[in-house]
Design a protein around this ligand. Structure first.
Ligand code: DQA
Length: 169
């Protein structure tokens, strides 16, 4: 009698203990670009009165409700954001949510980092960039993002996270 090929034997071994290891929690990285650390005091008529900490805490809680881990990172430095994106690949993040802030309109390098690691991402803007100055109308990110949410205030982050945590996404 011929033996099953090794790969098939391996596959059947895997099937015999499906509950042995708990599935790893889904991980989502939320990246905030320059000046978003000033939320709460920065042009509140445009960006609202919530602080970045308020938003991050809400996202972490929302994530826990889905059994997911949400990590947030803000930097005023392009290179730091790029390096955080590179690290996300090793750390097996399933999704990135990013508000590139001012880098939206300038940074080929940050866009290249996101396409380079191949982690799907959603672009979020608190304000409606299309209703503002013409230099805010172009984004280097929108064409390579899963989608873009803008103008819904900080709720845009919640909606992006809910989308990212749908099992099929
Ligand atoms: C922003 C819009 C950008 O044009 C601006 O530079 C920001 C914030 C937003 O969330 O609405 O810093 O990304």
């Amino acid at each position: 009698m011929t033996k099953p090929p090794k790969s098939a034997a391996g596959a059947s071994r895997q099937r015999t203990k499906p509950q042995a290891s708990k599935a790893a929690a889904r991980r989502v990285l939320v990246l905030h670009g320059p000046n978003l650390n000033l939320l709460g005091t920065r042009e509140p008529h445009i960006y609202g009165s919530e602080t970045l900490d308020d938003i991050n805490q809400r996202l972490a809680q929302l994530g826990r409700g889905y059994g997911a881990v949400v990590e947030c990172f803000q930097s005023n430095h392009e290179g730091a954001l790029i390096e955080r994106v590179h690290a996300a690949k090793m750390q097996k993040y399933a999704y990135i949510i990013i508000n590139p802030a001012g880098y939206t309109h300038t940074s080929v390098a940050l866009r290249d980092a996101l396409t380079g690691v191949g982690i799907p991402f959603i672009e979020v803007h608190i304000s409606n960039v299309h209703a503002r100055e013409p230099f805010r109308h172009h984004s280097y990110f929108s064409a390579v993002a899963t989608g873009t949410i803008c103008g819904l205030g900080s709720r845009g982050y919640d909606l992006a996270l809910q989308f990212a945590l749908q099992p099929k996404n």
